[in-house]
Design a protein around this ligand. Sequence first.
Ligand SMILES: [Zn+2]
Length: 253
Amino acid sequence: MPWIVASGILPLMQSANWYRIGLVILLILTGVSASAHPIHAGQSDVITSGPPSCRSIALTFDLCPVRAKPGFDAALIDYLKAREIPATFFVSGRWAEQHQEDVRALQAVPFFEIGTHGEDHAHLPLLDEPGQQAEISRAVSLMRSRYHLSAGLFRPPYGEYDDVTVRVVKSLGLQFILWNLVSGDPDPTLPADAILDRVARRLRPGSIVVFHANGKGKHTREVIQALDETVLPRAQLRAVTVTELLTCRKPTP
Ligand SMILES: [Zn+2]
C-alpha cells in the first residue's frame, strides 16, 4: 500500500507491529473511525448495522427464554401487526419449545422475519467449539424440523461471541446479526420516556435496534408506538426487516 507509506516511517513499518500501528493511525487520519468493539478476526462477518445510505432501520426483538409467564408480549405483537410494522425476531430454541402457538403466530405474519438466538441462551465464549456448534445449531434444527422454517439469521445470546463463534456461524451458513443500538428495554429501572429518548437520540439510517418480545420489556410496546407515530416519521426513517435492511430495498409505494 504505497499510498500510506511515507518514506520516513518505512523502516519502522517493516516490523509487523509497527505496520499495524501505522495503519490504525492512518485510518484515523483518513477519517475511517475505529470500531467501538474489540477487533476480532472475522469482525466483518459480524453485522451491526445496515447501509447508512438507506433511510431504513431494523426493529429487532429477542425471544430469550424466561421463567415468568406468559413470556410473550402479545400487546406488542398485536401493535406491530395492526400497524403492519416489519420486525425481526431472534428466537431461542428453549423459548420456541415452550411457545409453539406464539412461534406459529409470528410465522403467519408476512412482514415478520425469524432468526435464532441459540438453544439455551448460553454464554458462547465459555463453550468449546463443539459446545458452541451444538448451542447454535440446535435452535436452527428445531425451527426447521418443527416449524419448517429456514432461519438464516443468528444473534448470540447476550451479544457475546469470540472468534470460534464467528467461524461456527459462518460454517453453518448463517448471517451473524448483532446491533448498534441497545434500547435497554429489559431494565426495570428505565421508564418508557428514558428508553424512547435513548433510542430517538441514537437512531440513524441503517440502525439495528434491539428490544425484547418475551415480556421482559415492560414498556416495549409503548416505546414502539412512540417510534412508529412520532420518531420515525419525523426522522423520515422506515422500519424494515433485517434482511430488507441489508439488501437496502426501496420502500414499495
Ligand atoms: Zn437473549
